[in-house]
Design a protein around this ligand. Structure first.
Ligand SMILES: *Cc1c(COP(=O)(O)O)cnc(C)c1O
Length: 376
């Protein structure tokens, strides 16, 4: 029997649907009570003083860059192994992303390589908790303090990851989350900035709504702002999904174990994701890496083979510095960040979402097995 398994799928239940319908019936569709409730629930879950909800993770990143007053001529150190938004948000303000290669295991920025990239123009470090792993924030913080740099934590893929009881998103001056339908929780589209810094929170709150001064009278604008608002419809879904997050994390963790078990026999051919010591990872995706003996055409062949067999999969991630417009703007070439590039050229993301059954995981691994055997 041919299965059809997507790469990702949101987990929407009756409670989620009812929450959305209730907002539609209330006629308060935006800037209503669900916005405040979502922000309060989120801040109390994450453990920060402030949470400000916006229209996407990318909008949240952009507003962090603006709130920290990063501008034309500034440099921001960041990871080349990420979703492109974590670097684009720096370009939005005409600042320059300065990439530093990643660690081979977690694929988060390598703190040992950061100092060599610092110049008098460096203003901040934007670390990414990629795939659910936690970046080495203790080491990054030491460097930031020594050089007087600001810190932004892109935790869009790591909601619920904890270290010593402290949640991801809380390790920098401000943290960012995203709620696109492939993330651990979804609002359809949406994002969140979390911070303990009142000034950052106030600036983000104002800029998401046209630069309005919330205390002053209607249509009084203090600063350049945007429409990065999130509707109450989306927030109602977020409130409901956040309640279910512990269940999602637990299910994803079980799926991670099933994959690991089913792929154990491929140990010399496929590298499965590592476990991060001292960190409880909230898994975002399941990425396997083909062994060095396989080349680019092998991976393409395997991806086609998986897709022909009804299994959603993808290359994950292409390194940002090798995207065509980054090459054009900055002249980057292959070889600049070998760890990131090696991960980019060998990784395949397999289906990963909370309602994936063990039977499906076993089937996916069997197909992968057959596909790899056909390459040998
Ligand atoms: C998803 C994601 C974002 C952006 O989120 P959107 O809501 O799609 O704008 C940013 N950074 C990383 C690492 C992501 O995975």
């Amino acid at each position: 029997m041919k299965h059809n398994t997507p790469l990702a799928r949101p987990d929407i239940n009756e409670a989620d649907i009812e929450a959305v319908v209730a907002v539609l019936k209330s006629s308060r569709l935006s800037l209503g009570p669900k916005l405040n409730e979502f922000e309060q629930d989120f801040a109390s879950y994450i453990g920060t003083k402030h949470a400000v909800a916006v229209s996407s993770g990318t909008a949240a990143l952009h507003l962090c860059i603006r709130a920290l007053e990063i501008k034309d001529g500034d440099e921001v150190i960041t990871s080349p192994f990420s979703f492109i938004a974590s670097s684009n948000c720096i370009l939005f303000e005409r600042a320059q992303p300065v990439f530093v290669d990643v660690l081979p295991g977690t694929l988060c920025i390598d703190p040992a390589k950061i100092e060599a990239a610092i110049t008098p123009k460096t203003k901040a470090i934007l670390g990414v908790d990629i795939l659910g792993y936690l970046a080495e924030w203790d080491a990054i913080k030491v460097i930031a303090e020594k050089h007087g740099l600001l810190l932004i934590e892109d935790s869009c893929e790591a909601i619920g990851t904890t270290k010593d009881g402290k949640l991801s998103g809380t390790f920098a001056d401000c943290g960012v989350f995203a709620f696109y339908p492939n993330k651990q929780i979804t609002t359809g589209e949406g994002g969140m900035v979390v911070t303990d810094d009142e000034k950052i929170a106030t600036a983000v709150r104002s800029m998401r709504n046209q630069g309005r001064n919330e205390e002053s009278k209607f249509l009084s604008h203090d600063r350049l702002g945007y429409n990065y608002r999130i509707s109450d419809i989306n927030c109602a879904l977020g409130i409901s999904q956040l309640k279910r997050l512990p269940e999602f994390i637990q299910k994803r963790s079980a799926i991670f174990d099933w994959y690991e078990e089913s792929l154990a026999t491929l140990v010399d051919l496929v590298r499965t994701p590592m476990r991060q010591s001292g960190v409880e990872v909230s898994w975002f995706v399941y990425v396997v890496h083909l062994a060095d003996r396989f080349g680019a055409s092998d991976r393409n062949h395997l991806i086609s083979y998986l897709k022909e067999n009804g299994i959603g999969c993808n290359k994950y991630f292409p390194s940002i510095h090798l995207q065509s417009f980054y090459r054009d703007m900055f002249g980057y070439k292959e070889g600049a960040f070998p760890v990131s590039e090696s991960a980019s050229s060998s990784g395949i993301a397999l289906p990963f979402y909370s309602n994936l059954s063990q039977e499906e995981v076993v089937n996916i691994c069997n197909v992968l097995h057959n596909g790899i055997n056909s390459l040998l």
